[in-house]
Design a protein around this ligand. Structure first.
Ligand SMILES: Nc1ncnc2c1ncn2[C@@H]1O[C@H](COP(=O)(O)OP(=O)(O)O)[C@@H](O)[C@H]1O
Ligand SMILES: [Mg+2]
Length: 361
């Protein structure tokens, strides 16, 4: 269970040397627009991923008059520091320099709910894969090796497809088929886990999001055409071999788990037919299921919710807070402060943020 015990945002956007000793349950950050609420949420996400959910460009997050980003924290008793400039990135956990971002995200898994990142239901396949694989990875850390091998294999295949020599393509296709099945299987297992949790009605507290009389379904599209069984290695291999010429023509492999997606259905109605509001609600249900699955396995993420009342009405805010408080996990919520939030004062720290300065109240 990840708990941020201390946080020092030394340099990040408009945050300069801000120290926080967060509550291990709820942290509410209040402030009007443009003061740094999203920046604080983004800095926490950054610490867990070594990247932003808002921008690919490091220049955007480096404070205007500086040349690097610096965030330090004590998480579950361990010191983590992140220093990053345009040319160099240094991550230290405990006394050890690490080079893999996945180690970082094991120390600080975060589940983020922010309009800047977008909603999973009705979202792009890329966004869907990113949330899905986040869950697959945190449920089964071993799978990372498979993802890495898969990406390497795909890169090799694409390199061969653009070259003049296709001699070794079949061998790579065999490996690709094997790794594809492993990834699709892991994704399906994970979706089954979420579905089971949904069926057990562990989400009673979230009834205002999805009415218990309605059926909610998530279906994996494995990334292959409809006539290929994504769990059948031989079928995949055959498909790849018999379509070799068309891949050579397009110079890349446009099928496979890197093109997978998840389809959402409410009462058998595809997500495309749902209203924006319904898509938002179902997204939150999906994210909360993801949190629940990890919480049950004692590896709950830190939940980050940006601008809570601009996204949700009072009833839904109440039920999501009730749900999360009951799980006893750490959450950071930002808000403009116009709505009354039902928070247990014993479990809550409240902060005000103005011009990037955070004050505990
Ligand atoms: N790289 C940066 N360096 C310094 N300030 C920045 C940087 N990027 C954004 N800001 C400032 O951060 C403020 C916006 O903060 P934000 O967290 O989005 O506000 P809000 O409280 O509305 O969520 C703006 O005043 C903007 O000028
Ligand atoms: Mg904001």
């Amino acid at each position: 269970m990840a708990i941020i015990e201390k946080l020092h945002v030394a340099r990040f956007r408009n945050l300069n040397d801000q120290y926080l000793e967060p509550n291990k349950n709820i942290n509410l950050i209040l402030g009007s627009n443009g003061q740094g609420k999203t920046n604080l949420i983004e800095s926490l996400y950054y610490l867990g991923h070594n990247r932003s959910f808002k921008t690919k460009n490091i220049k955007d997050v480096v404070p205007f008059d500086e040349d690097l980003v610096q965030i330090n924290a004590i998480i579950d008793g361990e010191k983590i520091t992140l220093n990053k400039s345009k040319s160099k990135s240094t991550i230290v956990i405990g006394n050890e320099k690490i080079i893999s971002n996945s180690l970082l995200s094991q120390h600080l898994p975060t589940q983020i709910i922010s309009p800047d990142r977008g909603f999973i239901v009705g979202g792009t396949p890329k966004l869907k894969r990113s949330y899905l694989d986040w869950g697959v990875f945190h449920n089964n850390k071993e799978i990372l090796k498979t993802y890495k091998s898969y990406n390497k294999c795909l890169k090799n295949i694409n390199a061969i497809l653009t070259s003049n020599n296709q001699n070794h393509l079949d061998e790579w296709f065999s490996q690709f088929a094997l790794l594809s099945v492993e990834i699709s299987q892991a994704r399906i297992n994970y979706i089954q886990k979420l579905t089971k949790m949904l069926e057990e009605r562990s989400l009673k507290k979230l009834e205002s999001f999805v009415d218990s009389t309605k059926s909610l379904e998530f279906k994996l599209q494995t990334g292959w055409t409809k006539d290929v069984d994504g769990l059948n290695q031989n079928e995949i291999k055959q498909y790849l071999q018999s379509n070799k010429n068309s891949f050579i023509k397009t110079k890349h492999l446009g099928y496979g788990p890197h093109r997978a997606s998840v389809d959402f259905y409410l009462n058998e109605k595809n997500e495309g037919f749902l209203s924006r509001g319904e898509q938002k609600k179902l997204s939150i249900v999906f994210w909360m299921l993801q949190v629940l699955v990890l919480a049950k396995e004692n590896s709950a993420p830190v939940v980050l919710i940006d601008d809570i009342s601009s996204e949700l009405d009072q009833k839904k805010i109440n039920s999501i807070l009730d749900f999360l408080t009951n799980l006893n996990i750490q959450i950071f919520i930002t808000d403009i402060g116009n709505k009354e939030l039902p928070l247990d004062p014993k479990k809550t720290n409240i902060y005000h943020i103005k011009n990037g300065i955070i004050i505990s109240v």
